[in-house]
Design a protein around this ligand. Structure first.
Ligand code: MN
Length: 312
């Protein structure tokens, strides 16, 4: 369990800090690059989790295989660069997510979902799984699933940005945000360059999903997160060979949160209660179609869970 949030480590001015992600095995056949949280940073605005996976050739493999599991206190953002993912949840939602479409699930007080590569599926699977921490005013409500097949674009001669969350250059995503948030994919062509306007009050970060790029002069390769701090009015992005980047940010998240497994809460007792609700089948509905099969929550660490201190 780690405790994070608050404003202690928010850089009030522009910085350029590169944090290496780490390889994490999910199940038996999938390895992801977890770039947030990392050893030096736990939050960027309300963004609290970023896994980047692929591109993987899954032509002869099952691909994504995530059985029903619960979430509380967060939004999941599913974003694909290649492939397809079949989303099912305890609201009865059943959706096929394709590249360029936003799968946005607000857990509120609790939801369960499953994500699988459909059969058959495209050969390549490439994407990111993102979490946004919900503020206190939104985390006790009912769950909501949103599937937005069309998102606004910001076009310049050097590239195109797709707005996943929030507003960029006057273009606003239809996805629901519960605190000031920005999320955008930026596609740069060869020798492409874009100058994107930013909210100076937001903190921002960027990652390269494919190709390499210069972000305000700092070289960025896939597998790392570039933390940019607050106080930027714009951001220059360029790439000699072409690149696909993810820009994330938002107002610094002032509420102190506790993350464990698939839960975002405020203290130890909430985590323990959510784990019991899931494992005791008391409070999370089943995902239809799985005959009650679900991924059990792992054991809690021995003793009473303690917040991890003030680091984020
Ligand atoms: Mn999930």
């Amino acid at each position: 369990m780690s405790r994070l949030g608050g404003l202690v480590d928010v850089a009030p001015r522009p910085v350029a800090e590169v944090f290496a992600g780490k390889q994490v095995a999910l199940g038996e056949s999938t390895v992801v690059r977890r770039v947030l949280p990392n050893l030096g940073r736990r939050l960027v605005g309300p963004w609290c989790f970023v896994d980047h996976y692929g591109p993987d050739d899954v032509a002869d493999r099952p691909g994504m295989q995530v059985p029903p599991h619960p979430h509380i206190g967060l939004q999941t953002v599913s974003w694909l660069l290649a492939g397809e993912v079949h989303h099912q949840d305890s609201l009865g939602s059943d959706a096929l997510i394709r590249p360029g479409q936003l799968g946005l699930m607000s857990a509120g007080a609790g939801i369960a979902h499953a994500e699988h590569s459909p059969v058959p599926h495209p050969a390549l699977l490439h994407g990111v799984q993102l979490w946004v921490a919900l503020p206190d005013a939104a985390r006790h409500g009912g769950p909501v699933w949103e599937h937005h097949e069309t998102l606004p674009l910001v076009r310049e001669s050097g590239g195109t940005a797709t707005v996943l969350m929030g507003t960029l250059a006057g273009a606003t995503s239809p996805g629901t945000s519960y605190s000031p948030t920005i999320g955008a994919e930026v596609d740069l062509g060869p020798d492409g360059e874009m100058l994107l306007p930013l909210e100076p009050e937001f903190e921002h970060a960027a990652l390269a999903m494919s190709g390499s790029a210069e972000v305000d002069g700092t070289r960025l390769e896939p597998g790392a997160l570039l933390y940019l701090g607050c106080g930027r009015r714009d951001l220059r992005l360029r790439s000699p060979e072409g690149a696909r980047l993810l820009l994330l940010g938002g107002a610094p998240f002032e509420e102190r949160i506790v993350m464990w497994w698939n839960f975002v809460a405020r203290d130890n007792d909430e985590i323990v209660a959510a784990r019991s609700r899931w494992n005791d089948r008391a409070g999370f509905a089943d995902v239809p179609g799985f005959d009650g099969y679900r991924l059990p929550a792992p054991a809690l660490p021995p003793g009473r869970l303690r917040p991890g201190g003030s680091t984020r």
